[in-house]
Design a protein around this ligand. Structure first.
Ligand code: G3I
Length: 355
């Protein structure tokens, strides 16, 4: 099945036909019967490129802003907010009937250059709540879910609570998480408030330690009446690895009454052979195995990749490889579907058939 589809995709590419033709069932069409939301991180540049905008509109029932809603993007100066790009993204999504995830409200990265110059223990709370109030109110009613706090756990920082020694922790203490979630809930009670984290998959001793710390954090947030209603499992995968332990982890999260999104899925193919056909096939296998595990229980409500096309993958700017460039996503540089696309679509169809 995969081979035939891969060949037809290749022939389509050779024929320079847009392989994403109406006849080609899209990811969101395959997922729709199960109610699973599927999509990708997108950028201002991509929504303003006709072919890419068409691909997003056909494939995605939900999108997330990759960078255009981060603090650095929205607040170039302490007294200046610039929503131009983020508004364009939300408008594009609304026009195409696509839900929007907001990313993110509180993170230790992508802080504006002025932040470290003016933030101190006396004003940090105000800086954080002002940012969240202003941004969440600006988009009130337009956001499906917010990544309220991103990547607050780092067990390598050796704290008993597993928290990362981030600027927010250093300036405010662990309470910054409670402040962030409460501020977001006050400004938009309808958005699903999400704690977003990487390093929860695949199975490894390091990732298991992080899973323990995240479950403990979710319990602590609940005890402190901080409305973390969902967990975002980023899912930046690399090579072929086991995922069986995720089922137990998902069960623990479910017992806390916390919803689950796969928020930043991609498969770093660096460990795979250089040959493109082999690499693409192995990447597709990882997508298939991972989505089979994550969707088996029908508990995951949304799956978003961290980009649709290899061309714009963050990994392109991150890795200098001995040979080749990263091919982590469902579409190639020419926006043609890769084996990963067909593997994802098949898993979404299987999830729909389970109902
Ligand atoms: O927009 C500027 C441009 O004007 C400037 O010329 C250029 C050169 O410095 O930088 C551009 O900004 C870059 C931005 O991406 C937009 O391309 C930043 O330097 C760069 O740091 C930023 O990287 C992003 C990174 O988060 C940090 O914010 C990646 O694209 C983005 O994919 C990555 O995404 C993160 C998630 O938010 C959280 N989870 C992990 C994930 C991967 O790191």
């Amino acid at each position: 099945m995969l081979r035939r589809e891969f060949l037809s995709a290749s022939l389509a590419a050779l024929a320079l036909q847009p392989a994403d033709t109406p006849a080609e069932e899209s990811l969101k069409q395959a997922a729709a019967p199960s109610g699973l939301l599927v999509g990708s991180a997108v950028s201002y540049r991509e929504i303003n490129e006709a072919a890419f905008a068409q691909l997003i509109a056909r494939q995605c029932s939900i999108v997330v802003s990759e960078n255009d809603m981060k603090w650095k993007a929205l607040r170039p100066a302490p007294d200046k907010f610039d929503f131009t790009r983020a508004d364009a993204l939300v408008t594009f999504a609304e026009k195409n009937g696509i839900k929007v995830r907001g990313h993110n409200l509180c993170w230790h990265e992508a802080l504006p250059d002025w932040f470290s110059k003016i933030a101190n223990p006396d004003n940090a709370r105000e800086l954080l709540t002002n940012r969240i109030d202003t941004v969440v109110r600006h988009f009130k009613g337009k956001i499906h879910s917010w990544d309220v706090v991103n990547e607050a756990v780092d067990v390598k920082d050796m704290r008993a609570d597993g928290l990362r020694r981030s600027p927010w922790l250093n300036l405010i203490g662990p309470e910054y998480l409670v402040i962030a979630f409460r501020a977001a809930a006050k400004s938009d009670p309808d958005a699903i408030l999400t704690y977003n984290e990487y390093g929860l998959a695949p199975d490894s001793s390091q990732n298991e330690a992080k899973r323990r710390a995240v479950v403990a954090l979710l319990r602590w947030l609940k005890r402190n009446e901080a409305p973390a209603q969902a967990l975002g499992i980023q899912s930046h995968l690399k090579g072929k690895s086991p995922f069986a332990g995720l089922q137990h982890f998902l069960g623990e999260v479910r017992e806390l009454g916390v919803r689950v999104f796969v928020t930043e899925l991609d498969v770093n193919d660096e460990p795979f052979p250089v040959d493109i056909a082999t690499r693409d096939r192995m990447v597709a296998g990882v997508y298939r195995d991972y989505l089979h595990t994550m969707l088996e229980e029908r508990y995951v409500e949304a799956v978003l990749t961290w980009g649709l096309s290899d061309r714009d993958s963050w990994l392109r700017h991150r890795e200098n490889r001995a040979a080749g460039v990263p091919r982590p996503l469902p579409f190639d540089d020419r926006l043609q579907p890769k084996p990963a696309f067909f593997a994802m679509r098949e898993e979404f169809k299987k999830a729909s058939r389970r109902d």
